[in-house]
Design a protein around this ligand. Structure first.
Ligand code: SF4
Length: 253
């Protein structure tokens, strides 16, 4: 299989200086038909020793976050931006990212996930650049914000290991990881929602449907009102804005 051939190139790679200090180059793992791909920055010490992704304390935190959200490891594909450990946990250098990210690009092409979930600053910056998205907010403001990129969605999250150093944002992180399961299924109101009809008729942009109805539908104002049985006009967009042109269209039907 294509991915096996790619992994064998990764395991024997010596394209950059990190090959001199690693024990194992760590390949991606998981469902090769996954709709979600997690992209961490680089292997840690345990991963480097065993050649396996997300083991040791950070793997335990990830498993807890998944258990809490109902997500299963084998339903997603997990990989790294850099396949080899960084000595002394230093920051990655730009030339290392440029050299190694060709493997990630190949993985994205082969697995072809719908949703890319970069974990941490460097993976997020890389994916935003790859898809020509502006990267002008601070990373902490981007965490948990779903973004549309060509035929993919990008959902940046904090790396699970960050909870090992500071657990004050554990609840926030749990909420963000819980949304991973939401992203796998559309809003339960989608089939009867006027937004579906407006989109199919070309009256609203694709981003409304992709980012809300088939994305983070829990944050949709229409969804929230629907769940509470509160009135909301057809002309109300998922973010709560009223688009008056839609009012007249809805009224005619
Ligand atoms: S607009 Fe909101 S309520 Fe309607 S289908 Fe989309 S997410 Fe659900």
């Amino acid at each position: 299989m294509e991915i096996d051939q790619l992994n064998s190139r990764i395991r024997s790679c010596s394209k950059c200086r990190l090959s001199e200090t690693r024990t194992n180059a760590v390949c991606g793992e998981g469902d090769r038909d996954a709709r979600i791909m997690l992209v961490a920055q680089s292997p840690g010490e345990n991963e480097d020793e065993e050649g396996i992704m997300f083991i040791g304390p950070s793997g335990d935190v990830l498993d807890d976050l998944f258990d809490n959200s109902g997500m299963e490891r084998d339903k997603i594909y997990m990989t790294n931006l850099l396949k080899c450990m960084l000595p002394d946990y230093r920051k990655p250098k730009q030339n290392e990212i440029e050299t190694c990210s060709t493997y990630l690009d190949e993985e994205i092409e082969i697995v072809d996930p719908d949703i890319l979930v970069p974990l941490g600053y460097y993976s997020t910056r890389y994916l935003f650049k790859k898809y020509d998205l502006s990267f002008d907010a601070t990373f902490s403001d981007m965490i948990g914000e779903l973004v549309l990129a060509d035929d993919k969605k990008i959902y940046p999250l904090a790396h699970p290991a960050s909870l090992l150093y500071d657990d004050s944002f554990e609840e926030e992180m749990k909420t963000h990881y819980e949304k991973l399961t939401d992203l796998l299924k559309p809003c339960r109101w989608y089939d009867i929602c006027p937004m579906k009809r407006f989109y199919e008729e070309g009256k609203i942009e694709r981003r409304w449907v992709e980012l809300y109805c088939k994305g983070d539908w829990q944050s949709c104002v229409r969804y929230q009102k629907e769940e509470k049985g509160e009135y909301h006009p057809d002309s109300m967009l998922p973010n709560g804005e009223i688009k008056e042109e839609l009012e007249s269209i809805g009224d005619k039907r």
